[in-house]
Write a protein that binds this ligand. Structure first.
Ligand code: IMP
Ligand code: MG
Length: 181
């Protein structure tokens, strides 16, 4: 049994699996309409991996033929407080120059993670860089950034599930929920 994971917490559903699935399909249609059929989709790991997997298939359903690469960024330690400094844990491999890049993240909070990824892709001479987040937690922004595509506005709670974790636990939940204390 994991020593890190606070297993057995009470978690209340904020966004059900059905609600997520419907919104992801709509987001994909928005993305293909705005970006054309061949974006280079770059999810920020780890938290966005389930969202990105669903989004990629929804982009296919919407007529897109996306390419995909991954970047792993960290701003949090093991806890629930952002450390404020973003670092690359694992970098992309694809040639970014000249591509229309869509950066995908799970949650926008301070905006530092997304701003870092956006600046990085711009510095690598992407033709355009757009951003997509499943959840936007308003009121916490520390840098000026408005995502091009947003799934839902999220209450200012610590959320888990659908890829998102607390100390590496609960990524497997098919819904997004808030941890109750
Ligand atoms: P930011 O850099 O402050 O915008 O933080 C965004 C990153 O923090 C996201 O990529 C998430 O991985 C993580 N994060 C922020 N809030 C939560 C949460 O409520 N649950 C899980 N991860 C979160
Ligand atoms: Mg993250």
């Amino acid at each position: 049994m994991s020593k890190l994971a606070p297993k057995g917490a009470q978690i209340s559903v904020l966004f059900s699996a059905e609600t997520l699935a419907r919104r992801v399909q709509a987001l994909a249609r928005e993305i293909v309409a705005a970006m054309g059929p061949e974006p280079l989709v770059i999810p920020i790991l780890k938290g966005s991996f389930i969202f990105a997997a669903d989004l990629l298939r929804a982009i296919h359903d919407a007529g897109g033929e996306p390419d995909m690469d991954f970047i792993s960024l960290s701003s949090y330690g093991k806890g629930t407080q952002s450390l404020g400094e973003v670092r690359i844990v694992r970098d992309t491999e694809a040639d970014i120059a000249g591509r229309d890049v869509l950066i995908v993240d799970d949650i926008l909070e301070s905006g530092r993670t997304l701003a870092y990824a956006k600046d990085l892709m711009a510095a690598r001479r992407a033709r355009s860089v757009r951003t997509c987040v499943l959840l936007n937690k308003p009121g916490q922004l520390a840098v000026p950034l408005t995502p091009h595509f947003t799934g839902f506005i999220c209450p200012d709670r610590f959320v888990v599930g659908y890829g998102m974790d607390i100390a590496h636990a609960y990524r497997q939940l098919p819904f997004v929920g808030a941890v109750e204390h």
